[in-house]
Design a protein around this ligand. Sequence first.
Ligand code: SAM
Length: 280
Amino acid sequence: MSTERDIKFTAADFRRLRQMLYQRVGISLNDSKSHMAYSRLAKRLRHLGMRQFSDYLDLLDDVGDEAEWQHFVNALTTNLTAFFREPHHFDLLRLHAMERAQQDRHYRVWSAAVSTGEEAYSIAMTLLALPQLNSQRLEIVASDIDTKVLSQAADGVYDSERIKPLDSKQLKRFFLRGVGRNAGKVRIRKEVREQLAFYQFNLVAPEWPDMGRFDVIFCRNVLIYFDKPTQAAILQRFANCLQPDGLLFLGHSENIQHLSNDFQSCGRTAYRLVHPAVRS
Ligand SMILES: C[S@@+](CC[C@H](N)C(=O)[O-])C[C@H]1O[C@@H](n2cnc3c(N)ncnc32)[C@H](O)[C@@H]1O
């Protein structure tokens, strides 16, 4: 490890940290992430007046300080996202919702690693724009393990730079522009924010609460941080909480071939739940 560092961080500390993160949230850090782990946590250790990582890891492991665990997890997640990222998914979502708009039940969508909210608001904007779908019948659940990004998502405030992929109709209907000290920012309108329910949710928790069945699950750009057995276990759980013919959207570099028989491809990183009778 670098001698320039003011806080002691040994190779053994990194191995221990990696193991603790894996057990808690399923994220597998490879050797190249040691510098990232140091730089993301060093500030926290300085804040706590600690001079070595081993003391910090003891605080988590031995004392079991839950609030500190959350700081640890929040620091080590990667939250990159954008409005209408992978736009082809929203075209499929629109078609799927239109086909089901007349059903006498709610249309339910889960954004299972929502980060700062752009994905869930893109889902809301897509569905609220459909005249066929009654907004009273629409339910969007947005979850993440990271409480810091979840709180940003619930606030729905973004730098104007981030709304470049949106057209003027969407901006007018779904956003408010900041003025005065909020100039350069936009906020999602209250009626759209209220369409979403936010929860902290750990995809690798031993038990999942019963959330009912969803028509669509977005779980994009998070499986990539997990190892194959963890990915397979999560896919199985997704299959159990989708409606027949429900859709699963994954991230652009996530491939579930050989990991599950429950889904068949129906587009670029888009999958449809296979009817149980057809599964091998
Ligand atoms: C790269 S972001 C993806 C955001 C969005 N889905 C997208 O594709 O634009 C990955 C998100 O997964 C979340 N995450 C990581 N491990 C998780 C876990 N075990 N349970 C739930 N969310 C997790 C992170 O906090 C982060 O916000």
